[in-house]
Structure formats: structure tokens, C-alpha cells
Design a protein around this ligand. Structure first.
Ligand code: SF4
Length: 490
């Protein structure tokens, strides 16, 4: 446990919240709302770096100086990924001389509490019951009970680590919506610090409609957390329509450039009356165009058509890989190619865009799997987009061997630099997959697919040019959405 920290008189009870690489950070903003509701002042620090580089010496020094000058009762670092943890370790070292109580929370901290305590954290909040943080703030200001008695709070007592069971709260409605307005927000980026919320100029806002989901995807921390929570079965909770609409209206109020909404809903709420209430109220009270991120099996035409009337523009779903064994045995996604095609057809028939994302750097993915992805995409009807993401295995994930599709040479665990493809054949197929989404270029793709290796450089350059054009197209779409919001144009 942290030794009592001497704070000068007259300083307000401030809690510092720090996020690395994630500026939207809904969990952190929810903690802010809870702490402010309990009477604490909150300062937020967002460290941004698009390449996921650790903070520079100047950035680290500035961050620790600013934190120390606030004389906070505790510093809370939200950890969701390994890369965030690596950056946080530098902060822990920087804060050590000041003796400030340091707390870790988030998915990474829940799964690896020992690593956090060994790295210098005094407390680890395990699970998702954010109220434990308020209990800890009360304890540290002498208003609450001993931190050792707070459920779900592991701690370090000298050389002894006391680990507790993670606590998961089931419901959602007792939680306040994330706080979207604060005067004490700092953005650290490229050796500068500014007092501004990085999300204030955001054009898109992401909302989660549920907690937990019934799926097991390999690139997600959710299945691991579910196992820790209580057992094997998912405990789905959906947010009420009113709480979602309230949050979105707050976002509209505090984000002046907001012009679109992204709903994260692995399952669309199957609560009686939810959809009807949403369809009736969303267009009237929010009225922004929205995109749905969901599981491919949940995109039936009837749902998409109804949502389109309320403003749905597109549906994002994971295609993963065109190879069934890779999808099943490495990505833990069990839909068939026929079901993926059905999803794309349903989107097309409903008049909304299909946006399929696929992964590069999947361990053990042979070139033949990329060919299968290309073949699958060739069957997709109408307009659709493809986006590439790096496959990042979830916390605690160890890929099983896939004997029937193992490649003869090992695949590097780090992504290849974008400009210098490490494997020309693989890169040529990735470029073909990306280019196929542009109908105008499909004859060229047909021709190049005969022998992609021979046309690798041409395909790569063509894709680089095309991706610039697609970025301009996206910018133009954003401008149109902004104009639509402010001048009611179509
Ligand atoms: S559907 Fe989404 S939330 Fe559920 S396990 Fe897969 S990636 Fe995670």
C-alpha cells in the first residue's frame, strides 16, 4: 500500500487520470463522471502518438511535473494493452520520487495485476466495477474504510503483493454516462502540451450499446474477462435507449464538429420494445447519420432496413480471413463464407454500405489464405469497402497450431513497414484485396491476379495512389456530413 502522502493544505482533492494512446477513452471518462459525482476534482492527461512510440524524455518530464504540481490524492492509469503498459512503466519510474499513490485499471491491469504491482503501481483495480475507485479515493482522504477491505482492489504492502478476485458489476444503469466536458484536460503530443480535449474537434463519436457479448474472438479481451467474471457464459446487458440518447446529445453539445455516430453492438439489443423506441426517438433527438459495428451473423435485412430509415449508413463487420481454418482455428470466428456473403448481400439489399475488415500479420496465414480472401471478396455484390487492421492477439491468447495451413517459414511478430514490404507475394495479394473494392480498377485486378508477383511493384504503387484518393473521398464525405448537420443539406 502507498505510504501516506504529505499534501500541502488548501489543495482540492484532485484525482489525476492518465490515458496512453487512446483519446476517446470511454472508461476513463466514466471514472471522471463517478469521481466528480462523489465530489472530487479530476484532471485528465492524454498522451497521443499515432506510431505508438513511448513518450520522449521531455514529454515524460512534463507529464510528471504537471501531475506533481496538482498534488493529487492518487494517479490513475488506464491500461488496455501491452503497449500502453510499456509507456505507463516509464511514468511509474518518473513518479517514484514523489511518493504519489499510483493506481492501475482497465483490461490489462485486470488480467496482469502482478505485472502492474511489480512495475511500481500501488493498487490495481481488477474488474469493471468502477465504484471501487471512489471507495479508494475516500480511503486515501480519510473518509472511507481501509483500502485493504475494498473488493477487487489488489495492492502492494511493502514487499508483499496482496491479490484479490476481480469484481465485475453486472448492470449498466447505475453508472453515469461518460463525462464529456472538463476544463482540466491536457493533451501531450509531439513534444508539446496543450490544455485541450483531443476529442473536442472529433467528427465521430463511438457508443457501446451493450456490455459483454456471446462471442470468443481471438483479438478481443472480452472472452478472457468473461471467464474471469464468473464462468463461461456471457452476461449480456444492454443500455437503455434513453441513456444512449442522453449521451449522444451531450456529445453533440460538447463536440461542435460531430457529424456521425458509430454504434458498437456485437448483438443488436434484443429487448422488447428497444428497437421501436430507438427508431422513433433517435431521428428526432439526435438525427446524425450512424454506422453499426456488429457481428456478421446479426445483420438481417429487416433490421438493416428499419435502421436505415433512422439514419444507418453502413455496417462494419469482421471478415478476418477468407480461409475457413484460419478464421476458425486462429481468429476463433465461426461464421462460414456463405454467411459472410449473406451479410454483404443483406447490406446491399438494404441500401447501406458494407465495410468488411480483414487482418494482416495473422500468425501462420499462408498466401493461399489471402487468395481465398480475394476470391471471397469477388463474390460480394454492390458497393463495399475493405479495411486492413493488424491482428493483435488478445491478452492471454496463445494461438493453437494449425497443421493444415502452416507456412514453411516463420512469420515475424511485428508488422512490416508500410513502404518496404517484407514479403512481395503476400504484399501483392494484400494490395489486390484492397484494390478490388474500387469497381473501376477491377479489370486491372483481374489481369494482375493471373500473376501478382510479377506485378507486385505496380500493384503497390497503384494502391498507394488509390488510398490517397480514397482518403480525399472520405474527407469529402465528412465535409458533406458537416454541411448537412449545420445547414440541413443532403
Ligand atoms: S464480437 Fe466484438 S466484443 Fe465480442 S468477442 Fe468479438 S470482438 Fe470482442
Amino acid at each position: 500500500m502507498a505510504a501516506p502522502f504529505a499534501r500541502p493544505c488548501g489543495f482540492p482533492d484532485t484525482v489525476v487520470l492518465v490515458s496512453f494512446y487512446n483519446t476517446q477513452a470511454p472508461g476513463l471518462r466514466l471514472l471522471q463522471a463517478l469521481l466528480e459525482r462523489a465530489g472530487y476534482q479530476v484532471s485528465l492527461f492524454f498522451y497521443e502518438n499515432k506510431g505508438f512510440h513511448p513518450p520522449s524524455a521531455w514529454e515524460l518530464q512534463t507529464l510528471t511535473d504537471r501531475i506533481q504540481r496538482a498534488y493529487p490524492i492518487m494517479v490513475v492509469v488506464c491500461l488496455e494493452t501491452q503497449v500502453g503498459f510499456s509507456a505507463a512503466q516509464l511514468l511509474f519510474q518518473g513518479l517514484k520520487p514523489y511518493g504519489l499513490p499510483v493506481v492501475c485499471g482497465g483490461a490489462y491491469a485486470t488480467v496482469y495485476p502482478m505485472a502492474c504491482l511489480s512495475a511500481g503501481a500501488h493498487y490495481v483495480l481488477q474488474g469493471n466495477d468502477a465504484r471501487a475507485l471512489v471507495f479508494l479515493a475516500d480511503a486515501l482522504t480519510g473518509r472511507g474504510e481501509d483500502p485493504a477491505r475494498i473488493p477487487g482492489l489488489s495492492y502492494r504492502d511493502g514487499a508483499v503483493f496482496v491479490l484479490k478476485e476481480a469484481v465485475f458489476s453486472r448492470g449498466l444503469e447505475h453508472l453515469p454516462p461518460p463525462c464529456l466536458q472538463s476544463s482540466c484536460v491536457y493533451r501531450i503530443q509531439s513534444d508539446t502540451i496543450k490544455q485541450e480535449d483531443p476529442e473536442r474537434s472529433a467528427r465521430s463519436y463511438t457508443v457501446f450499446l451493450s456490455r459483454d457479448c456471446p462471442y470468443q474472438c481471438a483479438g478481443c479481451a472480452q472472452p478472457m474477462l468473461r471467464q474471469m467474471a464468473q464462468g463461461k457464459s456471457p452476461v449480456l446487458h444492454f443500455r437503455s435507449v434513453q441513456s444512449v440518447l442522453w449521451e449522444l446529445n451531450q456529445a453533440k453539445k460538447f463536440r461542435p464538429y460531430l457529424c456521425q455516430v458509430q454504434f458498437i453492438a456485437p448483438c443488436f439489443p434484443e429487448v422488447t420494445g428497444w428497437l421501436e423506441e430507438f427508431l422513433q426517438e433517435y431521428p428526432q433527438t439526435v438525427g446524425l447519420p450512424f454506422w453499426l459495428h456488429t457481428y456478421p451473423k446479426n445483420c438481417d435485412t429487416d433490421l438493416l432496413r428499419r435502421l436505415r430509415k433512422a439514419g444507418l449508413r453502413g455496417v462494419h463487420f469482421c471478415l478476418g480471413s477468407g480461409s475457413l481454418p484460419i478464421r476458425r482455428q486462429i481468429l476463433y470466428r465461426y461464421e462460414t463464407n456463405r454467411e459472410l456473403l449473406r451479410t454483404a448481400c443483406n447490406a446491399w439489399e438494404s441500401g447501406v454500405d458494407a465495410i468488411a475488415y480483414t487482418f494482416f500479420q495473422i500468425p501462420d496465414q499462408p498466401v493461399s489464405a489471402l487468395k481465398e480472401t480475394f476470391s471471397l471478396l469477388q463474390t460480394f455484390p454492390g458497393r463495399y469497402s475493405v479495411s486492413w487492421k493488424q491482428f493483435v492477439p488478445a491478452l492471454g491468447y496463445s494461438p493453437p497450431p494449425v497443421p493444415d495451413c502452416r507456412v514453411p517459414h516463420p512469420v515475424s511478430s511485428s508488422p512490416p513497414p508500410q513502404d518496404v514490404p517484407s514479403d512481395p507475394v503476400r504484399q501483392a495479394w494484400q494490395d489486390l484485396i484492397a484494390l478490388w473494392q474500387v469497381p473501376l480498377l477491377r479489370p486491372v485486378c483481374h489481369w494482375a491476379a493471373e500473376n501478382p508477383t510479377a506485378h507486385g511493384l505496380f500493384l503497390h504503387r497503384l494502391w498507394r495512389l488509390t488510398s490517397v484518393a480514397l482518403k480525399f473521398r472520405d474527407q469529402w464525405c465528412h465535409i458533406r456530413l458537416l454541411l448537412r448537420r449545420f445547414f440541413s443539406l443532403r
